[in-house]
Each structure stands twice: as C-alpha cells, then as structure tokens.
Design a protein around this ligand. Structure first.
Ligand code: URA
Length: 430
C-alpha cells in the first residue's frame, strides 16, 4: 500500500486511485492518523485532475462505508429528493410531506445554508420547537411513524464527508464535479433508498452557472446512483431568479405552507408538482401527477406537514396560522426608479443581500436570524411603474441594511420590453 504522500503524488500526476487506497486514506482522515493538510492536498489534486468513472464510484462507496447506513423498517418504497442549492429554494419543505401523503416513504437528510444559498434545516428551525438533530435510531422511528422526516445528517452517517466538506469550504475545492457528486450521493445512498430525484440548479444563484456544467454534474450523479442500484433521475432547473417571492427562513416556511394550502406562487408550485410526480413514478406508482394534485387539493399534504412538524417537536399550528411564525421588527421597501418590465433578477445578489440582513451565514458558526429576509413583489416579466415596490427587506439588525439594499437594487434589471419567457424546468437527465 502506498503511503498518504505517495497517494497524493500519484493523484497529482494524473493517476487513478484504487478502492483499497481510497478506503485507507478516508479511514485515516476520519480517525485522525492522516492530517488535515494531507487531506486538503489530495482534494486539490482531485479538483485539478478529476476522477475516472470507476474511481469516483469507489470514492462514493468508501465515503458511505466511513459510517453507518440507515436502517428503516417502513414497508413502502423509500424515495428522496436532493437539490444542489439555490436562492428561495423551499421545495423540500412542502414536497416531502406531499409525497409522503401519497404513500411513499421520504427519509430526507438535509443541510444548512452557507453563503448565498439557504438551507432547509435553518428554514424549519424558524418553527418554534422544531428539532432537526436525531440519532440514526430516532430518525428511523420518526420515518416509520409518519412516513416522512426532514432532519440533519446524523453524526454516524458519512463522517468522512463532514470532515472533507469543511476542508473544501476553506480550500476553494467545493466546485468540483467528482467532489460534489460523491459528497451528495454518499449521503443519499446511506439512506438505502429505492429511488432518488435530483434537482440540479443552473444559473446565477447556483453552483453551476451553465447548462453544460450542470448536465455533467447531473449525469455523474445519475451514474453513481444507478451503479449503486438506486433508480436516479435528475432535472436541470433554472436558478436565474429566486424561486417564489420569499427569500429567508420563516417567510420561506410560510410560502411553502401556501403551496400545500393551494395558494402558492406558480413557479414553486410547478416545481413541487413536477418533482413530486417524478418521485411517485420512481416509486413505481401510476397516475403520479393526478395523485400529487389530489394530495394538494384534499389538504392531505398539509395535514402530513402538521403531523411531521409535531413529531419533530414543533408547533404544528403554524400550518393553519403561518402569521404566527417569527416576523422582523423593521422593513425597508425598494421601489422602481422608472416604468418598465423586470428583465432579470440576479439570484446570487438577492441571496447575498438576505445573508447580510441576517437570514444566512457567512461561516458555519454564524447564527441565523429566522425572521430576516426579502420579499420580492416583482419577478422576471412583471410590468412595473415608477414608484412601485420591487422588494421589501425585513430585518431586526440594521447594521448592513444599506449594503443589502444597494445589492438588491443592482440585482434588478428593468427594460422597455417584456423579456422572452424562459422555462423553469430545462432538462431531464436519467
Ligand atoms: N452539497 C453537498 O452536500 N456537498 C457538496 O459538495 C455540495 C453541495
């Protein structure tokens, strides 16, 4: 067996690592016998050299084997959805209970927001009492009770990813197709799913700004899923403007609830319906679209969201009275300086502005103000007159409001003519 430094050299020079070499390296990273600086060096070598298909499948296997796999006793098909991250992306909050209401088991392990992208766990924690941290056994028990749970990755699942992800975040090695795909897929495959639906975001608010790069990432993740026997489908979806009207935490929970009450914004409702239908199809259910619409219309999705919140220690009455969620003390409205049409909204700028108001974190140790955020009144294609409100900033801490307001103003581009309509769902892969 080559030593850690020999493995780094081999990869640096374009070599391919073997499964036992990757296992040796990862177990050394997890037990501390291989120092973080050697792990960082290997990550940078992978970043520049990429990985062969077989080598990437081996990396994913070794990541999964660095910890425990979930043991869930539920009898129905287990299907999850994962998004590569965007701005205003609150799909998981309403999708998981909606799909579970159709009889599919959804053991959803989600993450926290970092930088301009929001995180499902932070959003859910704006519900008073809601817990997102469970051991593997309690996670399994919750799934068995209601058919759905949304929680953080438990300590014992893919511990190698926790260490590598933190290193990547500080060594500029996040945006690498093999590293992103093995990180996401190892966590999803540790859930022992029957099927997985991936929402690969493309655009200014996403990791992948071009369709070509996003397609490579999607195909890579689908390939890993299939090679592990999990039916995997990916959708490339637009993240050129935030999803829905709300960006933040509590306000995004309220917007997700509005989808399950039948009054959600059209783009968010469309994405939830398409991804939900794909999850049911992947679970082998017929008439997938009709089942999703029926769970929306009958209120079954809303009922299950209430039960899921209560099972996780939260106040389930928020689904009936979302106005009781935390609200910011102050607001600042930004208005159009001229008549026109909204030609584009830079999603990344909106995400960074929300973070500046307190809704997100710059580093993993920052605390989140669940009430802070941005409400957009005008989206791409909206006609606006001079003086109309484009967006409202909501905040408790006024320190960065001027900078956030300037950023939101720069995010909006107005034009004399309406822009061409662009589809939300760009492509299906898999
Ligand atoms: N999400 C993950 O879990 N890992 C990545 O590498 C990127 C996004």
């Amino acid at each position: 067996m080559r030593s850690a430094s020999e493995l780094i050299r081999h990869k640096r020079d374009g070599g391919v690592l073997e499964l036992d070499e990757i296992r040796y390296f990862l177990s050394g990273v997890v037990d501390g016998s291989i120092p973080r600086y050697q792990a960082a060096a290997l990550l940078m070598a992978i970043f520049f050299r990429g990985m062969a298909d077989r080598e990437l499948a081996d990396l994913t296997t070794a990541m999964i084997d660095s910890g425990e796999r979930l043991e869930i006793g539920s009898s129905g098909p287990k299907v999850d959805k994962h998004s590569t991250g965007g701005v205003g992306d609150k799909v998981s909050l309403c999708l998981a209970p909606l799909v579970a209401a159709c009889g599919v088991v959804v053991p959803m392990m989600s993450g926290r927001g970092l930088g301009h992208t929001g995180g499902t766990l932070d959003k859910l924690e704006s519900i008073p009492g809601f817990r997102t941290s469970f051991g593997a056994a309690e996670f399994a028990r919750l799934v068995e009770t209601n058919g759905v749970v949304i929680a953080g990755q438990s300590e014992s699942v893919v511990p190698a990813d926790r260490i590598l992800y933190a290193l990547r975040d500080t060594t500029a090695t996040v945006a690498s197709v093999p590293l992103i795909s093995s990180s996401i897929m190892s966590k999803k495959l540790a859930e022992r799913l029957d099927a997985l639906v991936l929402d690969v975001k493309v655009g200014t608010g996403a990791f992948m700004e071009s369709v070509d790069r996003a397609r490579v990432l999607a195909r890579t993740m689908v390939g890993i899923g299939e090679s592990h026997g999990v039916r995997t489908t990916a959708f490339l979806t637009s993240m050129d403007q935030p999803l829905g009207y709300e960006v933040g935490n509590a306000n995004e929970v309220a917007e997700a609830i509005s989808v399950l009450r039948g009054g959600g914004p059209p783009d968010l409702t469309e994405l939830v319906t398409v991804l939900g239908g794909a999850m049911l199809e992947a679970a082998g259910l017929d008439l997938a679209g009709a089942r999703i619409r029926s769970a929306l219309d009958s209120g079954a999705g809303l009922d299950l969201m209430r039960r899921m919140i209560e099972a996780q220690g939260g106040d389930g009455s928020v689904v009936d009275r979302p106005e009781t969620l935390p609200a910011a003390a102050r607001a600042r409205r930004l208005r159009a300086e001229r008549d026109g049409y909204v030609a584009s909204i830079d999603a990344r700028r909106i995400g960074v502005a929300a973070m500046q108001l307190g809704a997100g974190r710059r580093t993993m140790t920052d605390t989140v103000d669940h009430a802070a955020g941005i409400t957009m009144s005008a989206k791409v294609g909206s006609a606006v007159a001079r003086g109309d409100v484009l967006a409202t900033l909501r905040f408790n801490d006024a320190r960065n409001v001027e900078a956030a307001a300037a950023r939101v103003s720069r995010a909006y581009t107005l034009a004399g003519r309406p822009p061409e309509e662009r589809p939300l769902i760009l492509e299906e892969v898999g």
